[in-house]
Design a binder for this molecule. Structure first.
Ligand code: DGL
Length: 328
């Protein structure tokens, strides 16, 4: 079967995929150095079956990613998804917070066309640069109409991950991403793509609108020996909700819990997540009395984004928040 040539919008934000070390073997490097046109000239040399329109949205390390760049990515992606000009969108991104950008967009974009995030673990001038391989795979994904209806996808090391599941799990090596509870939703090479199962969000509208002024929702990382005053150190007059990165299945010391129960009683939503990589936090009977929400399989950093979007949409009662955490 001959696939027609697709038109893809490539939104560049920086990261290691655009990084330079100045030597093929040096460990230190700077992310966000090469521009989108330079990157795309390398990609065009691969003779992939797609036409690219590149836009430089930012050129930063993704530890500096946040609402301002998200607002631009969101606006440009929506425009592309609504226009006849583009068949899909690829975002190049640093790996450190790729999961947060992917999840934020996953919750705020319609699912009518493919949207893929891609990065690299080695800078562009390093021996064994993985950026072009990952990009070629992302092109394969974004050109497949069957990629639509799966939300935003993260393409790394020959795997396709769903935004809700994906997490960076290693600081070194090219196999740096994993997924939970679904490890991945597909396998990909530049010339082959295999999906595990059917699309699960076909023709869904955006679940939330996006505005850059997201409410203040801190994350409380629980550790042994934590005293209840940690809560007061984190919570200010601006705080609208709080996520607990709990021990084990969202657990916390009794005295900390009492502080959070008092906050929840004042109408500040509290979500219990887990500090574990494979942390599944289900509701426990006391959650009803405590007015707590269980994060299910969302990491604390994604639970924070979902809670921000819910509060920004004026959803603040625990039962309605829980329904949104229960969705896939
Ligand atoms: N600081 C990192 C970032 O932009 C570089 C790491 C990477 O892209 O792999 O996320």
């Amino acid at each position: 079967m001959i696939m027609s040539t697709k038109n893809l919008l490539i939104l560049a934000t920086g990261g290691t995929i655009a990084g330079m070390a100045g030597s093929a073997t040096r460990a230190e490097y700077a992310p966000g150095q090469i521009g989108i046109e330079q990157f795309l000239s390398g990609a065009r040399a691969l003779e992939l079956n797609a036409r690219f329109t590149g836009e430089q949205v930012a050129n930063i390390g993704s530890e500096d990613m946040g609402p301002d760049v998200w607002a631009q990515l969101h606006a440009r992606s929506i425009a592309a998804l609504e226009s006849d000009e583009f068949d899909g969108v690829i975002i190049t991104h640093g790996t450190d917070t790729a999961e947060e950008t992917a999840f934020l967009l996953d919750m705020t974009l319609p699912t009518n066309k493919p949207v893929a995030l891609v990065g690299a673990m080695r800078p562009a001038d390093a021996v064994g640069y993985d950026g072009l391989r990952n990009f070629a795979n992302a092109v394969r994904v974004a050109c497949d109409p069957a990629a639509a209806g799966r939300g935003v996808l993260v393409v790394m090391s020959d795997r396709v991950h769903a935004a809700r599941d994906v997490r960076k799990s290693r600081t070194r090596g090219t196999e740096a991403f994993c997924g939970f509870p679904r490890e991945s939703v597909g396998l990909v090479t530049p010339s082959a793509l295999e999906w595990f199962g059917a699309a699960w969000r076909v023709d869904e509208d955006a679940r939330f609108g996006f505005a850059a002024d997201l409410p203040d929702v801190p994350i409380l990382l629980i550790h042994a020996g934590m005293t209840p005053d940690y809560v007061a150190r984190l919570v200010t007059d601006q705080t609208r909700g709080l996520v607990v990165a709990g021990a084990g299945e969202g657990n916390m010391p009794k005295a900390v819990r009492a502080e959070l129960v008092a906050l929840a009683a004042k109408g500040i939503p509290i979500v219990r997540a887990s500090r574990l990589d494979e942390g599944l936090v289900d509701r426990e009977p006391e959650d009803d009395d405590n007015r707590f929400v269980a994060a299910r399989a969302l990491t604390p950093q994604k639970a924070r984004i979902l809670l921000q979007l819910l509060i920004a949409s004026e959803v603040s009662d625990p039962a309605s928040i829980q329904l949104e955490f229960d969705r896939r």
